[in-house]
Design a protein around this ligand. Structure first.
Ligand code: SF4
Length: 634
């Protein structure tokens, strides 16, 4: 066993709300040892799941793809492939795309991706190529839209109480997520509340899972009936005087209509639908009603139901009825996707989107590939797929249709992957991909509120290339300039390009007297003034370190130049130097914030938006559309 030479910070890239800050053992230039949670990161708090703790087994797995492959035999058979040179592989892909573009039109090409990495540059960069080339678009529907849109329907934005506040709650309701198995950090903070404050934990789910076994009260309901349970809970809250009518009048739009609607949603009515005994529903409602600091942690179970959006809306509404949002440690939370005010123009090529280009529902890939007229919007059949970060042959709905679609002889498929997945086995060209420790990227957390930098930790195996490198290489062969193509091969510059997008926002808020909805969180929960516990009127600030502030501002000074350089393709990147310094400092053990675990560029506070009463109604339709189109965070 090689000795541990050093520990490096990183970020978990998986599609998991926790977005853990990591500490990675580096054994030599090319190998890692154990992966641990960063102890000094305030949300990760030293805890990660066992899957990522053993990441060395994955990154150094003997079956990992390390050489490009070309299919010579039947589709779907792993033996059908022969090795091929990288340049030849890219030429074949580019020629196929150009030919199809010429003969069938650009919309016959579908770049298909999902959340194999949550790094913003590596995950979303494929959209740059899509938009420049006017390839077909996709709505990222496969996971979150039902839950997201239900929450947004209730609160106006995808943001809730800081998840660290669970530790300051007196009642944590974990609803629709098996956190003990899939979001360990939720349990860290909930169990701290139990330990320090004697808080109770309620779990609402459809089976007795690992989280439910730790609950003080487990409410087991029939799948998809959460809305009925929530309505009956609110029925009791109104009936027994627990409703906060002053809060409802001030911050909700139709409290009288809600109360009238709930009058018939009795315990008996809900018992029949949910299968939960009436007395259990009543007990739950009384616990919530009698506990001002009730924190509703609403999970992705709501996305696994046909009626998930209305169920989520109903569950989130409980916090409005009781006014739990008023209290530190109270309120509701699903995701913080809306608190990051990115301008992703450079990463995704948003300034070259042609709105006339069709957009597919990615969950309907089987129907699209089979040429369903409604799904392909009466446009050309899809003749080419370029796939990164997902395995649709195994995860997309309607397996048989998907399988038939991929089996088409006239469909050209390029898959950029880490292993020979079922989808890769159906490809014409397979390109080996890097893993997160082998490239730089930026991450935003969904289940907490940090922006994190994941610097490259080790070199990739010879033969693996990053998503970004492949996108840029294909762009060059397709004779298109991409905003970030100058960054090809230089991870720091890639990062610089990404950061040049975000840093102005960070710096703006660092200079702001208040920590508003877009704010960098200079505010820890304990900083909230007692007269304004939700931060409706804003916060006083002060917890971002001076060193970080100086560095960020220095980088910001260079950001404008870097952006214009990228646009002119001149290749000059002043910001890269500032970021290289920042990364170098970090690698030498002088991180900008929060110690050695993960380079945390900024915490973001939900700020004013913590309170649904502060929502901006005019934003609703656009936000709903965003929730469909971009999967920014789990
Ligand atoms: S808990 Fe989630 S974010 Fe944390 S290491 Fe595991 S998969 Fe990654």
């Amino acid at each position: 066993m090689a000795a541990v030479l050093e520990h490096r910070p990183s970020v978990c890239p998986h599609d998991c709300p926790s977005t853990c800050a990591l500490e990675v053992e580096v054994l030599d230039g090319r190998r890692i040892g154990k992966v641990r949670g960063a102890k000094d990161h305030s949300y990760t708090a030293g805890v990660i799941c066992s899957k990522v703790a053993r990441y060395a087994e994955r990154i150094h797995h003997p079956e990992r793809l390390t050489v490009p492959l070309r299919r010579k035999g039947d589709k779907g058979r792993r033996e059908s492939f022969v090795p091929i040179d990288w340049e030849d592989a890219l030429d074949i892909v580019a020629e196929a795309l150009l030919r199809i573009e010429r003969t069938a039109g650009s919309e016959a090409i579908w770049p298909y991706y999902y959340a194999g990495t949550m790094g913003l540059v590596m995950r979303d960069g494929i959209n740059r190529l899509r938009h420049v080339k006017r390839y077909s678009g996709q709505y990222s529907t496969i996971c979150v839209p039902l839950a997201w849109n239900g929450f947004i329907a209730g609160t106006g934005r995808l943001a809730g109480s800081d998840p660290r506040e669970m530790a300051r709650s007196d009642l944590v309701v974990i609803w629709g997520t098996n956190a003990a198995s899939t979001q360990v950090n939720v349990m860290t903070h909930a169990l701290e509340a139990r330990r320090e404050r004697k808080a109770r934990i309620v779990v609402i789910d459809t089976y007795l899972n690992a989280t439910a076994k730790q609950a003080d009260l487990f409410v087991c309901l029939r799948p998809g009936t959460d809305g009925a349970l929530a309505c009956a809970v609110m029925h009791v809250l109104f009936r027994e005087g627990f409703a906060d009518r002053e809060y409802l009048a001030r911050h909700t739009d139709c409290p009288a209509g809600l109360e009238e609607h709930l009058a018939s949603r009795t315990l008996k009515w809900a018992q029949r639908i949910t299968g939960v005994p009436a007395k259990t529903i009543e007990e739950l409602a009384r616990m919530i009603g009698a506990t001002p600091r009730t924190y509703l942690r609403l999970g992705y179970g709501f996305s696994r139901q046909r009626n998930g959006a209305v169920n989520m809306h109903a569950a989130a509404s409980i916090a409005a009825v009781t006014g739990a949002w008023r209290h530190e440690g109270g309120g509701a939370f699903h995701s913080n996707g809306a608190i990051y005010h990115w301008d992703k123009t450079m990463i995704e090529g948003l300034d070259v989107i042609d709105p006339s280009i069709r957009v597919f529902d990615q969950s309907r890939i089987g129907a699209v590939l089979e040429g369903d007229a409604q799904d392909i919007a009466d446009g050309p059949r899809v003749e080419a797929l370029l796939i990164q970060g997902t395995n649709p042959m195994m995860v997309a709905p309607e397996y048989e249709r998907v399988r038939r679609g991929f089996a088409r002889d006239d469909l050209f498929i390029c898959v950029h992957e880490q292993f020979m997945t079922e989808t890769a086995a159906a490809a014409d060209i397979v390109l080996p991909a890097t893993m997160f420790l082998e490239h730089d990227d930026l991450y935003q957390a969904g289940g907490q509120q940090h922006i994190l930098l994941g610097p490259k930790v080790i070199d990739p195996p010879e033969g693996c290339r990053s998503n970004h490198e492949v996108v840029c290489a294909l762009a060059r062969r397709g004779s298109v300039g991409l905003l970030l193509s100058v960054a090809d091969g230089h991870g720091v510059v890639v990062l610089a390009a990404g950061l040049s997008v975000v840093i102005p926002a960070l710096a703006h808020d660092l200079d702001s007297p208040l920590c508003g909805a877009a704010g960098v969180a200079r505010v820890l929960p304990s900083d909230r003034p007692s007269s304004d516990p939700c931060g409706i009127e804003g916060f006083a600030g002060g917890s971002v370190g001076l060193a970080a502030r100086i560095r960020i501002q220095r980088a910001t000074d260079l950001a404008a130049d870097a952006r214009s350089d990228h646009r002119s393709q001149s290749g000059g990147c002043g910001i890269a130097a500032a970021l290289a310094e920042l990364i170098a400092d970090h690698r030498s053990g002088d991180p900008a914030q929060e110690g050695a675990g993960g380079l945390v560029l900024g915490h973001i506070a939900a700020g004013k938006g913590n309170d649904p009463g502060d929502r901006q109604r005019s934003d609703k339709p656009a936000r709903r559309k965003d929730a469909m189109k971009h999967h920014d965070s789990p």
